[in-house]
Design a protein around this ligand. Structure first.
Ligand SMILES: Cc1cc2nc3c(=O)[nH]c(=O)nc-3n(C[C@H](O)[C@H](O)[C@H](O)COP(=O)(O)OP(=O)(O)OC[C@H]3O[C@@H](n4cnc5c(N)ncnc54)[C@H](O)[C@@H]3O)c2cc1C
Length: 421
């Protein structure tokens, strides 16, 4: 590759970074893609790995393989820890540095505990494949331990699973876990009846799926309750420990607690010394550049991108992808000599969430769908966005199997404490 070419460094091969790289194809640039993981992760289906429906390799792909045909792209496995704005260099944790002409930060977000990071060991969140397999292990181990437990109170605590946060991820986790307990695991244990398992969804606001129309929130709550989930609204969690969770004046003994509330951006704002919002997202200009540095863009979940009316752009995959395409178009224009700022315009296509394997809620704004029609639409949309024919086929088959038999095949307890030593 011609070293004299304009060098675009992209940090993060998530939805935003990958779409940007795709859209830069054919331009006279050389691209370096840096990610601290070797795979691109389809986060919308992560909860299905955590709840034993899908295997890890069905929702993640090696970045190097995805970009193998792009001779203009060099892929680097590396953890970015800083940006030298004056020297125009990206700093990695191994002490090396990579120079750029244009830099795009697309480093995403993680879950946040509203100032209670000490809750994380007791209530893991869902963001990476490691999180998903750890949650899967905890759920399955709770049933294994309950099978051996003779004390009724301790056994019920083992059979109580609490999910904190009633957004799409919390709703999807709750619906699938209750089906796992009541349907998939049923009849496989001798000392416990897995249908006695309690799944409790705790939401501080007055409705779940707060971004959806109120009637869809209502529909989702009733659909979850029909499946057997207890939905607790209007009380915030104030304590989490190894024995259970406190919300309002209720103490719920629960040995498995999952966190699906709140996100915090990657430390991109700290690397840049830039202003950030409360969630740590970089406050970017309307054209997604960092104030004072037109050659640095920040996109996706780690940026505070605004709509024309001032409302923030939501942290969803389509927003990151649209931002990636927008920045690619800006780079294309600049290379052609047009350096005018081009404001980003986000187009919201809708909100989707599934409730178990037979219902979903879809809010397109102009039309709202529920029930099995919505579930099928949700499924088709997700299959469409997966990468590669093999994965689409594998996921479709897994879903058809679960739909027809209730059986989930990815029920492996791996990487537990007992594996050590
Ligand atoms: C459980 C879950 C379910 C979701 N469901 C949906 C859904 O149904 N629909 C929807 O639209 N959105 C959903 N989202 C949100 C969606 O996944 C995000 O909005 C989207 O991934 C944001 O894209 P991004 O490119 O900004 O960041 P990401 O896709 O998160 O990518 C960030 C990349 O940066 C890399 N990175 C981070 N830090 C560093 C570093 N220091 N050095 C190098 N690399 C780094 C990461 O490894 C990662 O590959 C969900 C998210 C989660 C967690």
């Amino acid at each position: 590759m011609d070293a004299a070419r304009h060098h675009v460094v992209v940090v993060g091969a998530g939805f935003g970074g990958l779409e940007l790289t795709r859209a830069l194809g054919g331009l006279p640039v050389r691209i370096t893609m840096i990610d601290k993981r070797n795979h691109h992760l389809f986060q919308p289906l992560l909860y299905q790995v955590a709840t034993t429906s899908l295997a890890t390799s069905e929702i993640a792909w090696p970045i190097r393989h995805l970009l193998r045909k792009r001779k203009d792209v060099t892929t680097i496995l590396g953890n970015v820890t800083g940006i030298d704005r004056a020297g125009k260099r990206v700093l990695l944790d191994d002490g090396s540095a990579i120079a750029y002409d244009t830099l795009v930060l697309a480093t995403g977000a993680r879950h946040a505990y509203f100032g209670h990071d000490e809750w994380e060991p007791f209530a893991p969140g869902l963001k990476t494949l490691e999180d998903a397999t750890m949650i899967r292990r905890r759920i399955l181990l709770a049933f294994e331990q309950a099978e051996k437990e003779t004390d009724p109170a301790r056994r019920q605590a083992l059979l109580t699973l609490a999910i904190v946060g009633g957004g799409p991820t919390g709703v999807e986790l709750a619906g699938t876990i209750v089906e796992l307990a009541h349907e998939t695991l049923r009849g496989e244990f001798r000392n416990i009846d897995t249908r006695q398992a309690r799944v409790v969804l705790i939401e501080a606001g007055d409705r779940i799926l707060a971004n959806f129309a109120p009637e869809l929130s209502d529909y989702a709550r009733k659909a979850l309750e029909r499946l057997g989930v207890s939905v607790e609204l209007g009380r915030a969690v104030t304590r989490v420990d190894t024995e259970g969770v406190v919300f309002g004046d209720t103490y719920l003994p629960a040995r498995t607690i999952l966190w699906a509330a709140g996100v915090a951006a990657s430390p991109a704002a700290e690397w840049l010394g830039a202003s950030a919002d409360r969630a740590g997202r970089v406050l970017v200009e309307p054209d997604l550049t960092v104030p004072g540095n037109a050659e640095i863009f920040v996109i996706g979940d780690t940026a505070h991108m605004s709509r024309p009316d001032g409302r923030p752009v939501p942290g969803v995959a389509p927003a990151a992808k649209q931002a990636g395409r927008h920045v690619a178009a800006t780079i294309r224009a600049r290379l052609a000599g047009d350096s005018r700022p081009r404001p980003f315009r986000y187009r919201h296509d809708g909100d989707l969430a599934t409730i178990g394997k037979r219902a979903a809620a879809i809010d397109f704004g102009w039309i709202r769908l529920t029930g099995w029609v919505a579930w099928w639409l949700w499924g088709i949309a997700h299959i469409y966005f997966l990468i590669g024919f093999r994965n689409r086929l594998a996921v479709s088959l897994s879903w058809l199997w679960i739909y027809a038999t209730g059986q989930r095949s990815a029920r492996l307890i791996t990487q537990g404490e007992s594996d050590k030593g």
